[in-house]
Design a protein around this ligand. Structure first.
Ligand SMILES: [Zn+2]
Length: 293
């Protein structure tokens, strides 16, 4: 089962949020019929979304992540709310790029190394909070580490991994490790070395390591404190016809008239779950009437 967990290490000087997202990433893969490299790219972003979602205090608050790079995937969007309901899509789910020299999926190539990462937090205030940073490698973990550093002034180690082949997602998960202001230079140096030498996160998860074991291994701290183990992210879309209707109000009267005449109905497909919402002629005429008023 997918979970997000929180730990403290080094006597509370290091904060860790980590989690397993195998099921929700597999659901995203099947909904969007993603290629392996698209699965890895969206899966890593969904994992970060699930991790960030645990920082939301209210159920109706939400975080939107947008990655706009110059690669063939043509952008990634992920939305998470305070219930840890998460959803996402990529511009081109069929993207394929040659693997890296080490045989791994080339996520950086598919996403693109040039572009921006946006984080929009809607916390129910007048204006949402907007943060952004330039992409570094397009591999997503490095891009988020840079985002935390430049946008939130926090030194953060980020690892995100998705193990996938043509049959599906074998393991997916990741962590962020943030140093509190009282962590010493020596402690940070040791931690950095250990993180560099750690196994890839997807391989630890595919060997069924528990998160406590993984965090103890990565930090080298046997006295890790568990803060939270029962947060359960889920792939879920809350789209409905009422919300989709807004898209029809956004198009011009002429275009709407054209659709009524030529098609007789409009079919809107949700980007996040591929559900079709059909608007019949009478409903379209009603929208047109309201637009005229
Ligand atoms: Zn939907």
């Amino acid at each position: 089962m997918d979970t997000i967990q929180k730990f403290l290490a080094y006597n509370g000087k290091i904060r860790i949020i980590c989690g397993t997202t195998t099921e929700l990433v597999e659901k995203a893969r099947t909904i969007h019929n993603l290629t392996p490299v698209a699965t890895a790219a969206l899966g890593r972003t969904l994992t970060m979304g699930a991790i960030l979602g645990t920082t939301l205090k209210e159920k109706e608050d939400s975080i939107t992540i947008q990655i706009k790079g110059n690669g063939e995937i043509q952008g990634i969007t992920v939305v998470v709310d305070g219930n840890l309901h998460i959803k996402g899509y990529v511009g081109n789910p069929y993207v394929t790029v040659p693997n890296r020299e080490d045989g791994k999926l080339n996520v950086g190539e598919a996403v693109g190394k040039e572009g921006f990462l946006y984080v929009i937090k809607d916390l129910g205030l007048k204006e949402p909070y907007r943060g952004m940073a330039e992409l570094v490698t397009g591999e997503i973990a490095e891009d988020f580490a840079n985002y935390f550093y430049t946008s939130e002034q926090k030194s953060t180690a980020v690892a995100l991994g998705v193990l996938v082949d043509k049959n599906g997602v074998k393991a997916s998960g990741g962590y962020i490790i943030q140093a509190m202001p009282d962590a010493t230079e020596d402690e940070l140096f040791i931690l950095e070395q250990r993180i560099k030498e750690a196994q890839p996160i997807s391989s630890m998860l595919s060997q069924n390591w528990s998160w406590e074991e993984i965090i103890k291994d990565i930090t080298g701290d046997k006295d890790v404190v568990t803060l939270e183990t029962s947060l359960f992210p889920k792939y879920e879309c809350n789209c409905n016809k009422e919300r989709m209707k807004k898209a029809l109000f956004a198009i011009t009267k002429e275009e709407l008239k054209d659709i009524i005449q030529k098609e007789g109905q409009a079919e809107l497909v949700c980007h996040f779950c591929n559900k079709k919402h059909v608007f019949h002629k009478e409903e379209l005429e009603e929208i047109l009437k309201q637009q005229m008023e």
